[in-house]
Design a protein around this ligand. Sequence first.
Ligand SMILES: Nc1ncnc2c1ncn2[C@@H]1O[C@H](COP(=O)(O)OP(=O)(O)OP(=O)(O)O)[C@@H](O)[C@H]1O
Ligand SMILES: [Mg+2]
Length: 365
Amino acid sequence: MIVETLRLKNFRSYESCSVSLNPGMNLFTGANAAGKTNLLESLVYLSLTRSHRINDDSQLIRHDAPYAEIACRFHDGIDKEIGAIIRPDGKTLLLEHQPVRKSSEFVGLLNVVLFAPDDLGVFTDAPRTRRRILNQEITKISPKYLAALTDYQNLLKQRNSLLKNQNVDAGYLEVLDAQMIQKSIAIIHARRAFVKGINRHMEARYQTLADDPLACSLEYVSCIDLADEDIETSLQNLYFDSRQRDLENHVTSIGIHREDLVFELDHRNVTESASQGQKRMVMLAFKMALLQFIEEAVKKKAVFLLDDVLSELDRSRQEKLIELAGSQCQCVITATEIPTFLKGSSLTEFSIENGTIETKNGGTR
Ligand SMILES: Nc1ncnc2c1ncn2[C@@H]1O[C@H](COP(=O)(O)OP(=O)(O)OP(=O)(O)O)[C@@H](O)[C@H]1O
Ligand SMILES: [Mg+2]
């Protein structure tokens, strides 16, 4: 898909702005705090219906403004217009100017993959962060996954509140377990397919980008042994074996809400021995594999957003990243200044200053 125009009103530092993007490479330059990440955040918001930086949407509304508005026209075979109106008490999502009631019908209409410097925290953060990546990315390609996950989370809440009782109704517990197992089967299948899909591309991306022959992969640490063919029986055994402990501890100790992902380089967890540069390459390789995975799954190319990544890379890696990303999909890149090797190349350059965006060369349509 190709983002054609993006319009912001009272979104973060932007009072009112509109940009037309190039179908290829777009570079936004600006000083620190100019509003570069804010711009990318607006596209992430339309993709996920949430910001990648904060949980409280009201922070997205420009100070002293009543509400914020994002509108985007993009092409994915046909022209589409989507938008969001963000008020302190909630948001309205729009498709062709009509409200969309369910987020699940909106998430993934515009598909973006963001790489931001903070992403390196994913390796060391608690498993919850890595599960969020799993859930977020699979949700973008499968509304059914979101439905199964939401049902599971509701059942988990019911199970945990049941376990708080002094006398637990064993029959009810069994009913909940059976329902949770059914939802877990769908979730585990989807997570396994996701990791498999990523692993088809991640190592080659790492080796090309980093010019390093090491093995690079993603491992799915499931609550069951994935070598077992019969997922349902494995889950039944798992729930049966942990029931007594859960009754004693008054909480659900096992299940898909405790699963994890491990990023591996040279067959080791990247947190163990990879350098900062290698970690950055692993994360970039993951994001690029994600672009390919999305394209295979939904037959549409996502838009790649690269926030302030070039300055962290040496020249040859910068060039490789631009070459690879540019040949794969539409890219929106931010930087504090234009890298010398990009000067004069076929990209559209924008500068951001005082909340306004100007096109610096004539490449826009
Ligand atoms: N709700 C808001 N209303 C007005 N201004 C805001 C709001 N939220 C953030 N800002 C302003 O946006 C600016 C930060 O923008 P942003 O994070 O996009 O900068 P950046 O160009 O990415 O900078 P850096 O190069 O340091 O990453 C800050 O000056 C901040 O005060
Ligand atoms: Mg920034």
